[in-house]
Design a protein around this ligand. Structure first.
Ligand code: DI6
Ligand code: FE
Length: 400
């Protein structure tokens, strides 16, 4: 099948000489689930010219979008906490008073798998409706062995329920549950590390994540989790420098992390370490916006040091109840002064890298035919519009 008469924002790192890796008047040949050829439509090889052809009438084609940081599976919501914050309580105050993450833990423990799946599907469907083809999902609202496994099983079930790929991250080191209050190391020994091993044994874990923060775990405690990940041969990533600078990004880079995420309080030292390790900086403007954060992530420093930047929804019930990658792109431009091209790279090529996935995120021959076809003329329109979804069609492994 040949898709022709399209503007291709290939986002291909090998076409970096043009913005967006743009091919005006382009065509893409599909061979089953894969991309077989990409280029100008007047140079389509003979073999593809006589097969089925789809005229895209000048529409824009991008790689399917990728949400590389979500907490899509969770019980309940935190609208009440939203009200409390509007009355002046801070995110950290609510967390320390036993609300916050811990209140979602209570709701998630109570919910059965069917209920968690049904709720997560509504959020997943919103992402797919905007062209997502790959979504990461974290555990971390169970915080006991059975509930962490339950969350990860639901994450795997999402992939069977919809035409989309899922990657899971084990986030047992997300918060200290109430029954271990004040005893974080005991929680790691008794629950988190054994749960990681069990989840890995059951094939439920693609990567290991943690929350390195004053209201969560210290770098020393995160290092214990990362040592276990290393022992199991699993890649790591980290929620780092969201509310303060504890050196989490440097720690993560030392473990060759796929990514460090949030990063509002990251500094030059963090950027340097991440550049050296090849760790992606995942910025999360939905959380920045929701918490009315004023400390901006060091975008210019990441650019100067050559740290690849990705964007994600951070979809979670507390700090980012967001299920739109298009709005995430708009926020990254308006709030973080990223360019529309950086925003698109952040939800395609660099998001794939942040997940360690190498077969998608660009329109290039040999990669999966995960594509988004848009009713817009120029790729900058994707980040420019607010709360408008111009998706014409999504192709997942070549199929609509
Ligand atoms: N940082 C976040 O943005 C989410 N988790 C984390 O470590 C928020 C979690 C929550 O508030 O429920
Ligand atoms: Fe998060």
């Amino acid at each position: 099948m040949l898709l022709t008469n399209a503007t291709l924002a290939s986002m291909d790192s090998q076409r970096a000489d043009t913005a967006y890796g743009l091919i005006a008047q382009g065509a893409v040949a599909l061979d089953g689930a894969d991309i077989a050829w990409v280029g100008p439509k007047d140079q389509v090889p003979e073999a593809w010219r006589n097969g089925p052809v789809k005229d895209l009438e000048g529409r824009l084609v991008t790689p399917a979008l990728i949400d590389c940081h979500t907490h899509l599976v969770h019980g309940g919501n935190r609208a009440r906490e939203f009200e409390l914050r509007l009355q002046g309580a801070s995110y950290e105050e609510i967390a320390r008073a036993g609300g916050g993450i811990v209140s979602t833990v209570a709701a998630t423990r109570l919910a059965d798998e069917d209920a968690l799946l049904a709720a997560a599907l509504t959020r997943l469907d919103a992402l797919i409706a905007e062209g997502a083809g790959l979504v990461e999902v974290k555990s971390g609202y169970g915080l006991d062995l059975e509930s962490e496994l339950k969350m990860l099983r639901v994450a795997r079930a999402l992939e069977r329920a919809r035409p989309v790929r899922l990657r899971t991250s084990f986030l047992g080191a997300h918060a200290v549950p109430p029954e271990y209050r004040g005893r974080p190391d005991a929680y790691l020994d008794d629950v988190c590390l054994p749960a990681l091993e069990a989840a890995h044994d059951q094939g439920l874990v693609d990567a290991v994540d943690g929350f390195c923060e004053g209201i969560a775990f210290t770098p020393q405690q995160i290092a214990r989790v990362f040592d276990k990940a290393r022992e199991l041969g699993l890649p790591v990533k980290l929620h780092a420098e969201q509310l303060s600078n504890l050196g989490g990004a440097v720690l993560a880079a030392g473990y060759g992390a796929l990514s460090a995420d949030h990063l509002e309080y990251a500094d030059e030292v963090a950027a340097e370490a991440m550049a050296k390790a090849g760790s992606v900086a995942v910025v999360l403007p939905g959380a920045f916006y929701t918490l009315r954060e004023t400390q901006l992530p060091p975008i210019q420093t990441f650019r100067e040091r050559g740290v690849a930047m990705a964007l994600a929804s951070d979809c979670n019930p507390g700090s980012s109840p967001l299920t739109s990658l298009l709005l995430t792109m708009n926020m990254a431009c308006t709030l973080f002064r990223m360019t529309p091209e950086e925003a698109l790279a952040g939800v395609t090529r660099n998001a794939a890298r942040a997940l360690g996935v190498t077969d998608c995120g660009m329109i290039r021959s040999g990669l999966r035919a995960d594509l988004a076809i848009w009713d817009v003329e120029h790729p900058a329109e994707l980040a420019y519009r607010i709360a408008f979804n111009p998706l014409h069609q999504r192709l997942f492994g070549g199929a609509s």
